[in-house]
Design a protein. Structure first.
Length: 269
């Protein structure tokens, strides 16, 4: 029996955990294609320029484990290209549109709406099976505004082995970074990280300080601990040496053709 073809059409500018939950739910209906609006279409729809350019939005979405493919869309936001196979057009309550529903009906597709209540819970994304003979690699951090720079870091680190990400718990992030941090809860941050296909599993730390992931590291027993240049601090190098874990520092660099991103610059503090 053919796999149902599911379409989600939007700008996906500044992706949130709710967007990722929507994509996860849509992907349960069949093979999910994201029809991603160009910068021009997104500006016409919102009245303002996109925060992130098309290439960056596409790069991020292609890394989301729920998405099968991303297709550029520059036509009407309430219609689909005639050559794009579709059985279901997925949407959620805040963006539901009668014109879309009519278009889907006229073209023999189901218009599937997901309620806000459906998208509020953040289920744990089950870890994928370990890769035979692969090294176990761990990274740690806040990830308090998941962006293309984080995705690129995960992509690079995953080339060394199975990637496990330990997300700092809320109290420790406040301790290290001060008032106003984190912007997103530890559950939201863990969920967003676990939605990236390069990540084998995401966990929440249970320790304190720069080495708040110590309990998780001792349990996982990784072969490598990888950081970027900003994260090379807090005694991590000495800590790894004491446990016999290979320690590696990667240069911070965006994906080819994309602008550099940092959470600090995006937050503004």
């Amino acid at each position: 029996m053919p796999i149902p073809q599911v379409i989600a059409s939007a700008g996906f500018d500044d992706i949130t955990s709710r967007d990722l939950r929507f994509l996860q739910e849509a992907s349960t209906l069949g093979e999910l294609t994201v029809l991603l609006w160009t910068d021009e279409l997104l500006q016409r729809a919102t009245g303002t320029p996109p925060k992130f350019p098309f290439a960056e939005r596409s790069y991020f979405l292609n890394a989301v484990r729920f998405v099968s493919r991303v297709v550029e869309h520059h036509g009407s936001r309430d219609s689909l290209p005639p050559d794009l196979p579709v059985d279901l057009w997925a949407d959620y309550a805040l963006t539901t549109n009668p014109a879309r529903e009519q278009f889907a009906r006229d073209n023999g597709a189901v218009y599937q709406i997901f309620s806000d209540a459906k998208l509020q819970n953040l289920p744990e994304v089950s870890p994928s099976s370990p890769t035979p003979e692969a090294k176990k690699v761990i990274v740690t951090g806040c990830y308090d505004w998941l962006h293309s720079g984080h995705v690129r870091f995960f992509e690079e680190v995953s080339s060394y082995g199975d990637l496990y990400v330990v997300v700092g718990h809320d109290a420790n992030i406040r301790l290290l970074k001060g008032a106003g941090h984190p912007l997103q809860s530890q559950q939201e941050r863990r969920y967003a990280v676990s939605a990236i296909r390069h990540v084998k599993q995401a966990l929440i730390s249970s320790g304190e300080g720069w080495l708040d992931a110590d309990p998780e590291i001792r349990r996982l027993q990784p072969d490598m601990y990888i950081v970027n240049e900003d994260g090379d601090a807090g005694g991590k190098r000495e800590y790894c040496a004491s446990l016999g874990i290979e320690y590696r520092v990667l240069k911070r660099a965006p994906a080819p053709g994309l602008p550099p991103r940092t959470s600090t610059a995006l937050r503004g503090f």
